[in-house]
Design a protein around this ligand. Structure first.
Ligand SMILES: [Zn+2]
Ligand SMILES: [Zn+2]
Length: 134
């Protein structure tokens, strides 16, 4: 099937946006914002569709978080990026990322006490962000 050129351009713009920021995770609204700022406005359903394709092609990693938090997307680079953890502000709804050596050590400790394994990439911490706390 022949695809209209603008569709390919939109898909390329989504991949480019994730590639340029390969250290970061993005939610769908964040990607929409980035694309708009770069001059390629793409509708949310279209972004969803192309991301599904990019995930299926192995070019993008998808972090499926719990129902309320939505999903996050990241460029699938060869070198493993350091694990980022998710924090959801219950007041403004923003999904934030943070790094934590302690959390990375958590599964090693869980293993020592034979407690099992936590899926940290799917775990969301809920609380209140710095902006909302003021
Ligand atoms: Zn994320
Ligand atoms: Zn907040």
């Amino acid at each position: 099937m022949q695809r209209a050129p603008y569709q390919t351009k939109q898909k390329a713009a989504i991949l480019e946006c994730l590639y340029q920021n390969n250290e970061a995770h993005f939610t769908i609204p964040q990607i929409a914002e980035q694309l708009k700022a770069a001059g390629t406005a793409v509708s949310t359903p279209t972004i969803y569709r192309y991301l599904d394709t990019l995930v299926a092609e192995g070019k993008v990693r998808k972090y499926v978080l719990d129902g309320n938090a939505g999903s996050c997307y990241q460029y699938n680079s060869e070198s493993e990026n350091e694990e980022l953890f998710h924090f959801r502000c219950e007041k403004c709804g923003r999904l934030l990322h943070f790094q934590s050596e302690e959390l990375q050590q958590l599964n090693a400790r869980m293993k020592q006490c034979k407690s099992g394994k936590i899926y940290l990439e799917q775990t969301v911490f809920y609380g209140i962000c710095e902006n909302c706390e003021e």
